[in-house]
Design a protein around this ligand. Structure first.
Ligand SMILES: [Cu+2]
Length: 494
């Protein structure tokens, strides 16, 4: 049809966001093509079905965009294909793909495919040696997507002191790898990414993520570092996908429906929580991987980089806000309205009971094979004082650590994270998945993830098999932390 022909050509790639609606009007297509708002954002852009594109299954064009979060909140950022989030990339497990990345900016870029088990040269990390997409150039990433589940893609450039680069921009999107198995019956599904915008530096810690004070703090030093902390990054403007709370169309539901949500925290700066008054989230997968014990909870927590797949039974008619429990965050835009049929009223919010996020609810008693080698990583923050950036060390040293973490292929490792900092960090391992063996002092199994939030002064142990030869990046998914030392390279011995 006409739209595909347009996609096949180059025009579509150059249609800026503000004009995209007009374009869609022109072609007579609605962006949601019979779907409900908020559902599968921009999935109409992909995959390309034209035989002419057989060698390029997907195209991502990096260029400046304008994002209208609300009528009075239009901001400028960088996005993929004129939007943010970028197109939902649907791939089939085991079927090779080519992603052509066109960079229409003045700086080199990297696209990281987060949660995929793919080689270092296409993983999208400078540290691993992936070649950059040159400014005003393009580069093809060719790989075989695996494993099945909710993954995502995002820029992997460093930002350092520039809050208009890296993951502070709109360069991210969902990537779904479809496997053989069906995740179950549901009536509608929605891909919802949590974002913050217009970040700024602050010396005041305004963390909302420390809902973990009740957990043991085995890594808390007996003498605390009392030096004045340096700059952290904060934001006051939020959205789910491209709309602030109340600005977009509601998700319309009928009583009795089962709605599948795929949540992603695409923030560069903060762990986030979500609640939906009167409803529970039935968590079936973490980071795209089915959990050992699906369970229902009232409040979700996602660190930057994490995904949660959860379905909700719509059994409490009304008009509700699905959003962040913290008032300033939700009122700043982090929410979306859930509207039952024939309900006409203002969206309501009711604060959930205080709850503590606990990954082990979804695990099972320890049953994993014993690891044959152990690795330890001790994380410390170096407070730099007013106007300076904190830095981080791994095992007492700054990045790069050269030969510290050398893996033997085929070996099962137990990696222990010692978080000796006053913050909860989302720790991400590239190109591998790990199984949580212990967190909050509790042993568990059956939780396969690529990112885990280690609480303040907490400890976590994760197991993984070294079966992806090549350089492998490990880092905190908070951009500022990664840029200032919270990262390490793992290598394979030859
Ligand atoms: Cu961090």
């Amino acid at each position: 049809m006409a739209f595909r022909a347009q996609y096949d050509g180059r025009e579509l790639h150059f249609i800026p966001l503000m004009r995209r609606r007009d374009f869609i009007k022109m072609t007579g297509l609605t962006p949601l093509a019979g779907r409900l708002p908020g559902q599968e954002p921009q999935s109409f852009l992909t995959p390309a079905a034209s035989p002419d594109l057989a060698k390029t299954d997907f195209t991502l064009q990096i260029a400046p965009i304008e994002l209208e979060l609300a009528p009075n909140r239009v901001l400028s950022t960088i996005g993929y294909n004129g939007t943010s989030p970028g197109p939902l990339l649907r791939m089939k497990e085991g079927v090779p793909v080519t992603v052509n990345v066109v960079n229409d900016t003045d700086v080199p870029e990297f696209v990281h495919f987060h949660g995929l088990l793919i080689p270092a040269d296409v993983d999208g990390s400078e540290e691993e040696g992936t070649p950059p997409v040159p400014p005003h150039g393009s580069r093809k990433y060719k790989f075989t997507p695996t494993p099945a589940g909710t993954r995502w893609y995002h820029t992997h450039t460093m930002s350092m002191d520039d809050l208009h680069r890296g993951s502070f921009t709109g360069m991210y999107g969902f990537l779904v790898i479809e496997g053989a198995s069906n995740p179950g019956r549901y009536d509608q599904e929605h891909y919802l990414a949590l974002r913050d915008w217009e970040p700024y530096f602050t010396n005041t810690a305004m963390d909302t993520d420390d809902l973990d004070p009740l957990w043991s703090q085995p890594e808390k030093p007996t003498v605390l570092d009392t030096r004045q902390p340096g700059l952290e990054v904060a934001a006051d403007i939020f959205s789910i996908n491209d709309k602030a709370l109340g600005a977009g169309e509601p998700i319309r539901v009928n009583p009795g429906e089962r709605v599948m949500f795929h949540f992603l925290n695409a923030s560069a700066i903060e762990n986030r929580h979500l609640a939906l008054p009167g409803h529970k989230f039935n968590v079936i997968a973490l980071d795209g991987n089915p959990v050992a014990t699906p369970a229902a909870v009232e409040v979700l927590m996602l660190g930057p980089g994490e995904r949660i797949d959860a379905w909700v039974e719509m059994n409490h008619p009304g008009v509700w806000i699905l959003g962040a429990p913290e008032d300033p965050v939700r009122e700043g835009g982090l929410g979306i309205v859930i509207e039952y049929a024939n309900q006409h009223r203002t969206a309501q919010w009711i604060a959930p009971a205080k709850s503590i996020w606990d990954y082990t609810l979804f695990g099972k008693p320890p049953s994993q094979p014993a690891p044959s080698e152990r690795l330890d990583m001790v994380f410390e923050k170096v407070p730099r004082g007013a106007g300076k950036f904190n830095s981080f060390t791994v095992n007492g040293k700054g990045y790069p650590h050269d030969q510290e973490f050398v893996l033997k292929q085929g070996t099962r490792y137990r990696l222990t994270f010692h978080n000796r900092t006053d913050d909860a960090h989302p720790l991400h391992l590239h190109r591998h998945q790990f199984e949580i063996a212990e967190i909050y002092g509790k042993a568990t199994s059956g939780l396969i993830k690529d990112t885990v939030v280690v609480p303040t002064y907490g400890r976590a142990r994760v197991d993984f098999t070294a079966d992806q030869p090549g350089l492998t990046l490990f880092h905190c998914h908070i951009q500022q932390h990664m840029d200032y030392g919270f990262k390490a390279l793992l290598r394979y011995s030859s």
